[in-house]
Write a new protein. Structure first.
Lengths: 141, 433
């Protein structure tokens, strides 16, 4: 259930993101979900792709500061309270969230979560029958 | 191992006799052959016959880099051009290059001091030495080359740059010694893994590093990256090139080859000579050089001298690692800052690499120091709070080291210009005057 997310350090310079998307495009890598967190003078792009190993290699070769982070992907019903239920489970079990971001998956809404304790997060979410997306599923998206 | 035990371990009284004899002859040659020196000595009412001992050095005039520029290109040569067999020149970033000429004997003397230096690092004729200093006008490449040949080591004159080839030959030829700048050594070390080379394929045992100031922390890092023992070699082209002084295996300062180069430490403001052990500007008088001898040449390098006999048995004075050139010294909001201090801070922290650049600007009449530090796979986290915490920590450590606050900017790897020669550590955008 653990998904390899790419994390990329981006200097605050025009064209840096474009360079990144160009490299991914040239290598036929599809993005499934991403978010960009911006600090005053740099940004961090967090990215889930269909070929994480290849993406890591080509970005490294091109000089990007990139590494992988373990995250989980959770499907939430696209209705009021859908996300709330999942988050409540995590907080009741003392699992903090370092960051999260949403992406669309067919009819449902999904979120990528970076929990403070990943195996515990998976365990408690599964106990409560929450739908997690497996790595194989997400890399095929 | 000692190359020339007779002189390197000589009794200091005997050494002084040799120095005096050579010094008197040098003053004569300067006086009669170079109008510049004759005029300077006449101004203080001295003639060659008045000078008998190096104890009189303190009363003699200094020579500066500006004097070398004013006499560009050959004005300070004491021999006719027909006696000159080689000409080197330093890069002229601020005006004309500094030109240095060598006679055949000068080249032999230079080879001798470099041979002594390499022997301190236990280099013998059984070694394969990769000389990755630039060959050309810069003295690094050819200086090391001739000294290594004198010892009888196998020299690979690869010159600087072309990292891929450096590593390939290092493995294929089994180089046991590398000579280059410390920052290029670090770069080579970091490139090993990228080139898919196993550390066990590298046979290096010693590194001869110089031509730029570097710190003890950098030594630890380079030794780890390349699996060798790192030695500091010191020199400047005006005096001869690399081989003015060198660290022995005890690494308690670099032994200055005083039978050729007489050091003094002066207070750069009052120009008074300071006693052994005190920090000041290093000044050299060359007593054997034929083509271009120098009288009390101000190096701008700040260091201390120690005269106590070294555990290696050598009696020649030791100079501490240079804190920096007074030329490199920045004055920011009235505080003296050396790039090497910033390097120390970054290397002491386990999360940072020594790739940095200082950018100084002035806004509203106030100096601003920005330090750019490259993020690195080792410490880079995808959480902003961790990165911001790191910035705070660097900033805090810098401020306790320098007593000066600095803006820390994290930048992408390999975006700070890498030195295949000397690293560009400082950009000063203050528009003075």
């Amino acid at each position: 259930m653990i998904i390899k997310q790419l994390s990329i350090f981006l200097e605050d310079k025009t064209g840096r993101l474009t360079e990144l998307t160009r490299i991914l495009s040239e290598n036929d890598i599809n993005m499934t979900a991403f978010s960009v967190a911006d600090a005053p003078d740099y940004g961090i792009m967090r990215l889930v792709v269909n070929k994480p190993e290849l993406a890591l290699k080509v970005l490294k070769d091109k000089g990007f500061a990139v590494n992988t982070t373990d995250v989980i992907a959770l499907v939430v019903p696209n209705k009021p309270g859908g996300l709330h239920k999942a988050l409540e489970i995590l907080s009741t079990n003392n699992v903090a969230i370092d960051y999260m971001y949403a992406f669309g998956l067919e009819d449902s809404a999904s979120v990528i979560i970076r929990p403070s304790a990943i195996s515990q997060a998976i365990e408690v979410l599964q106990q409560h029958k929450m739908e997690l997306i497996s790595a194989n599923q997400i890399y095929k998206i | 191992m000692i190359w020339n035990e007779y002189i390197e371990c000589a009794d200091r009284q005997k050494l002084k006799e040799i120095q005096n004899r050579r010094f008197v002859k040098m003053i004569e040659r300067m006086y009669y052959n170079v109008p510049f020196y004759r005029k300077k000595l006449q101004e203080i009412g001295l003639e060659p016959g008045d000078i008998k001992s190096i104890d009189q050095l303190k009363d003699l005039p200094f020579t500066t880099k500006q004097d070398l520029r004013d006499n560009y290109p050959f004005g300070l040569f004491t021999v006719p051009q027909s006696e000159i067999v080689r000409i080197h020149a330093s890069s002229g970033t601020t005006g004309k290059p500094t030109v240095v000429g060598y006679t055949r004997n000068d080249i032999q003397m230079w080879s001798e001091v470099v041979a002594r230096s390499l022997t301190m690092a236990a280099v013998t004729k059984n070694d394969i030495i990769q000389v990755a200093y630039g060959y050309g006008l810069f003295t690094g490449g050819m200086g090391l080359h001739y000294g290594a040949e004198k010892i009888g080591a196998s020299v690979i004159p690869i010159s600087g740059g072309n990292t891929k080839k450096q590593l390939q030959l290092m493995v294929d030829f089994g180089s046991t010694v590398i000579a280059c700048t410390p920052s290029y050594a670090a770069f080579l070390g970091e490139s090993i893994e990228k080139e898919g080379i196993l550390k066990s394929d590298i046979k290096l045992k010693a590194g001869i590093f110089g031509a730029e100031p570097w710190t003890e922390e950098m030594r630890v890092q380079v030794e780890k990256l390349l699996g060798l023992k790192a030695f500091d070699i010191y020199g400047l082209s005006e005096v001869i090139g690399p081989g003015v002084s060198m660290e022995c295996e005890h690494q308690c300062g670099s032994h200055i080859f005083e039978d050729h180069f007489i050091p003094e430490i002066i207070d750069p403001n009052t120009l008074e000579v300071l006693p052994y052990g005190e920090l000041g500007e290093l000044v050299f008088t060359t007593v054997t050089k034929e083509a271009m001898p120098l009288l009390r040449y101000r190096t701008r390098d700040l260091t201390r001298l120690h005269v106590e006999r070294c555990a290696c048995g050598r009696t020649m004075v030791r100079m501490e690692k240079c804190l920096g050139r007074s030329d490199d010294m920045l004055i920011i909001r009235g505080v003296n800052v050396f790039p090497s201090q910033v390097e120390s801070v970054l290397l002491e922290m386990s999360e940072t690499t020594p790739h940095y650049q200082l950018i100084v600007s002035r806004e509203n009449n106030l100096d601003n120091l920005e330090i750019r530090v490259e993020v690195d796979d080792q410490f880079w986290s995808d959480e902003i709070k961790v990165l911001e915490g790191l910035k705070k920590k660097i900033s805090h450590n810098i401020s306790s080291m320098l007593g000066l606050s600095a803006t820390i900017k994290l930048v992408e790897p390999n975006t700070i210009e890498r030195s295949e020669g000397k690293a560009k550590r400082v950009i000063d955008n203050r528009n003075m005057k």
